[in-house]
Design a protein around this ligand. Structure first.
Ligand code: UDP
Ligand code: MG
Length: 325
């Protein structure tokens, strides 16, 4: 393999390393990221590409990417027609990255590029996935840390796939792994889950998550809430099945209570009071039914989403990659 860069469209010669970087309104940090990558990667290898996925930025991010590409052909980009979300951006990046090893990472330097050297070392030793685990996330607000913690606890209990706590998308993956993930047909892209689902020979590194280099967080609570629901509903059907058991328990309770009332009426005669207990049971059952209906709705809306077969993203512009997806 040549150490230097190869012609971008030449699919027969792959760069050793692809960095897949989703960006959404990140004009202030793209250059900082690029400079840091250059200095960190030069002792490791020159045989790399950075594939930025511009997720519908409304600032000058795309122009910054074009300037970088004019300067360095190892910088490639895809630009979406609108904001499709980070998971779609990662999906597009994995579809179009050509490296023999691929690392998805955030542009804000919260995934420290310094770890790449160690990841590559472990990969050369034979690991197919090198996961980076956040040892601390002091940069995040108390609210985000706590919600994340309980989300992972919950999903680990009920999901069929083990989704490791504190592992983001930042990980090195061998070509084989990415090819396997790219073959997954589903539209609901909970990337952390899909990447873990793929399996392969995995090892992990630990790091302290630094603060954002510049700019503000683009993943708001609304997006994270949708992501959490996607994670749960696309990796387990336990919320659907649990109703069988809840229904059974409630019926059993109702039967016992019914027998009790029957005996009481036989022995002590009819008495009318019972408004409070009747109301409580009715409201409780009504609430349960709506909740279970809502959960079925969550699954149906995902089935509906899958059957529409809409593309996960639309590319408007690209530099250095095949635009067809
Ligand atoms: N991002 C994206 N599309 C979005 C939101 C975020 O591509 O709709 C990118 C963003 O530019 C950054 C990465 O995803 O590179 C992580 O975003 P952020 O730092 O806001 O999230 P957090 O650090 O809170 O997970
Ligand atoms: Mg961040």
């Amino acid at each position: 393999m040549p150490e230097q860069d190869v012609s971008p469209k030449d699919a027969t010669v792959r760069p050793m390393l692809s960095l897949v970087v989703p960006v959404h309104n990140e004009e202030g940090v793209v250059d900082i990221f690029y400079n840091r990558i250059i200095s960190v990667l030069s002792p490791v290898t020159e045989d790399w590409e950075i594939l930025f996925v511009d997720d519908g930025s409304t600032d000058t991010t795309l122009a910054c990417l074009a300037v970088l590409r004019a300067k360095d052909v190892r910088v490639k980009f895809i630009s979406f027609s609108r904001n499709f979300g980070k998971e779609a951006a990662l999906t597009a990046g994995l579809h179009h990255a050509s490296g023999r090893a691929i690392i998805p990472m955030d542009v804000d330097l919260q995934d420290p590029p310094e770890l790449i050297a160690e990841m590559v070392r472990q990969w050369r030793e034979g690991f197919e996935v090198v996961r980076a685990i956040r040892q601390s996330r002091n940069d995040d607000t108390w609210m985000k840390r706590t919600t994340a913690k309980y989300f992972y606890k919950f999903i680990q209990k009920i999901a069929h796939t083990r989704i490791p706590e504190n592992a983001g998308d930042f990980r090195l993956m061998d070509r084989k792994v990415v090819d396997a993930v790219n073959r997954l047909p589903e539209r609901t892209r909970f990337m952390k889950g899909l990447l873990s689902w793929a399996g392969f020979k995995t090892t992990q590194l630990y790091f302290d998550r630094p603060e954002r280099a510049a700019g503000t967080a683009k993943q708001n609570y609304r997006k994270l809430w949708r992501l959490a629901l996607d994670g749960i509903f696309s990796f387990t059907s336990a919320p659907l099945q649990v109703w069988t058991y809840i229904g059974f328990m409630i019926s059993l309770g109702a039967l016992v209570y019914g027998l009790f009332i029957f005996m009481k009426t036989l022995l002590l005669g009819v008495d009318m009071p019972g408004y409070a207990s009747l109301m409580t049971v009715m409201l409780f059952l009504g609430g349960m039914q709506l909740l279970s209906l809502g959960i079925i709705g969550e699954y149906i809306s995902r089935i509906y989403g899958e059957t529409k077969h809409r593309p996960l993203y639309i590319i408007r512009d690209a530099g250095g990659v095949d635009e067809i997806n």
